[in-house]
Design a protein around this ligand. Structure first.
Ligand SMILES: NC(=O)c1ccc[n+]([C@@H]2O[C@H](COP(=O)([O-])OP(=O)(O)OC[C@H]3O[C@@H](n4cnc5c(N)ncnc54)[C@H](O)[C@@H]3O)[C@@H](O)[C@H]2O)c1
Length: 464
């Protein structure tokens, strides 16, 4: 077996030097980028709060924080050790603080409200994924951006992971010839997977279902890796495991009469961060973070699979599992000249299996160090070859494979660094959620759904 190592990721090789959205905004030397943030929950306070302060504090400053929960807002302001004012009224925050960028990290179904308001008030936006949750809100965002002349950047962090970037580089080099089909499977374990069923993510109206909330990451990766846009989706999905499917249920884990026999019992009070952020502030908005995974109100799917047809003829087979014993993913690109495949965190393939209960917390942390003695591997086998090649990259577990910090570095420091068009805007945000929205509709209508039924954007065979 021949082993190859990518020593260095310039990732610019072969990539055009297209300017990315942040270059449209020039900050005078010596000035800091003025940031306002709406949604001071877990993601807002960690990656978009603590990590910005820690790593990019020299070039950015928070000028305002906003949330509907006043208790959480004050807790986060203190935790971030910032002096900026806090607001319950988003528009008042923009009027009074005049930020350069608004960062949107609220509940998914509310993103459009803040994106559109910010654009209408002449402010650039960074939004967490998913850009929004349905096709009507999607159009509102696209129209508002066009009208305003301002920019929305969608924070697709997984693209920036070193592993995802290496795959992109090999695909851009046409390593297996023209790709014709893809097999892509993502597994959420019973710890992280269950978390989506404890709170707002489990309600279609708030998250758009995991087809949108979670799979937007995966569909965006596919779109980017394939450099193409989707034209049609056929999907299947059911709620087989969580929600209504159990014989007993409570309202939340704390004080639950079934705690001894429920495998999903989770003691939130053991985590001081969760208590500070959520438990101590329940009285303001009734947001229960340790809600029952067996709630009858859960109306999303927990088992999903789809076929996606791309404008360049590729067909992608995708599945998402939410109650797997382990968390990880695998993908294979079938090309005219060979096959390329890779995986992350499949226990029987890796040297040191993950602690499944801790895996998600590690992924959400921003530790950017590589695991000693281990690598991520991409296998390529050419047609008629006797053997296969292995390409390797460092194995980074924190910050979504190193994607979080690399994405923010490209936003705040290396603003000319846009290898393979890695920075994403509203078109990328739209194309990824539209696959999920089409999948949702396909299940409801029991037929394939064309992307053209949802948008007047015309899918491009070659995006760049
Ligand atoms: N890219 C990633 O890897 C990643 C990881 C985690 C979360 N996220 C995204 O980040 C966002 C936040 O997720 P989270 O886990 O922090 O959720 P969360 O529930 O912890 O936080 C959401 C916050 O928004 C606030 N909020 C809700 N509605 C609001 C409104 N109308 N006005 C003002 N504030 C409002 C809530 O009070 C809460 O503080 C979501 O869109 C999620 O998809 C992305």
């Amino acid at each position: 077996m021949e082993r190859r190592t990518f020593m260095k990721f310039t990732a610019a090789a072969g990539a055009s030097l297209m300017l990315h959205p942040f270059e449209s905004f020039a900050i005078p030397p010596g000035k800091k980028l003025r940031l306002a943030l709406v949604g001071t929950g877990a993601r807002g306070s960690s990656l978009w709060g603590r990590e910005i302060n820690k790593t990019f504090g020299d070039v950015t400053e928070f000028v305002g924080l906003s949330d509907i929960n006043p208790g959480r807002l004050e807790y986060v302001k203190k935790a971030l050790n910032v002096t900026c004012p806090t607001f319950s009224d988003f528009e008042q925050m923009l009027r009074e603080t005049k930020p350069d960028y608004v960062i949107v990290t609220t509940v998914d179904a509310t993103h459009d409200e803040f994106i559109v308001k910010a654009l209408n008030m002449g402010v650039n936006v960074i939004t967490e994924k998913p850009m929004t949750t349905d096709e009507v809100k999607c159009k509102r965002i696209l129209d508002a951006e066009k009208k305003s002349g301002k920019k929305v950047t969608v924070a697709f962090n997984y693209r920036h992971s070193v592993h995802a970037m290496q795959l992109k580089e090999l695909l851009a080099q046409n390593r297996v010839g023209k790709v014709v089909s893809v097999d892509f499977n993502w597994y959420l374990n019973v710890h992280h997977g269950a978390d989506y069923f404890r709170r707002w993510h489990g309600r279609m109206a708030k998250s758009g279902s995991l087809w949108v909330h979670k799979a937007t990451h995966h569909f965006d990766l596919l779109n980017w890796w394939l450099n193409s846009e989707p034209v049609e989706v056929s999907a299947y999905g059911t709620l087989d495991h969580y929600g209504k499917n159990n014989s007993f249920r409570g309202t939340k884990c704390r004080g639950c009469e079934f705690k001894e026999k429920c495998k999903f019992y989770w003691d939130i009070t053991k985590d001081a961060g969760q208590v500070g952020l959520y438990v101590n502030n329940e009285q303001y908005d009734g947001y229960i973070k340790d809600g029952c995974v067996w709630s009858n109100d859960i109306d999303i799917y927990d088992k999903m699979s789809a076929q996606i047809i791309y404008a360049n003829g590729v067909v992608a087979n995708y599945s998402l599992t939410t109650y797997s014993p382990y968390e990880g993913w695998q993908i294979a690109f079938n090309g005219m000249n060979g096959r390329m495949e890779t995986w992350e965190d499949i226990p029987y393939l890796q040297k040191t299996p993950e602690d499944q209960a801790k895996r998600h917390a590690i992924e959400m942390s921003n530790a950017d160090d590589a695991v000693a003695g281990e690598v991520r591997e991409i296998m390529v086998m050419d047609n008629f070859a006797k053997n296969y090649e292995v390409y390797t990259t460092p194995k980074i577990r924190g910050g979504h494979g190193g994607g979080d910090v690399r994405m923010q570095r490209r936003m705040f420091i290396d603003t000319n660094d846009n290898p393979h068009h890695v920075m994403a805007g509203t078109r990328e945000g739209a194309m990824s959620i539209l696959i999920g929205i089409a999948a949702r509709k396909s299940i409801q209508l029991k037929r394939p759904v064309k992307i053209s039924e949802l948008t007047d954007l015309v899918p491009m065979a070659n995006r760049h």
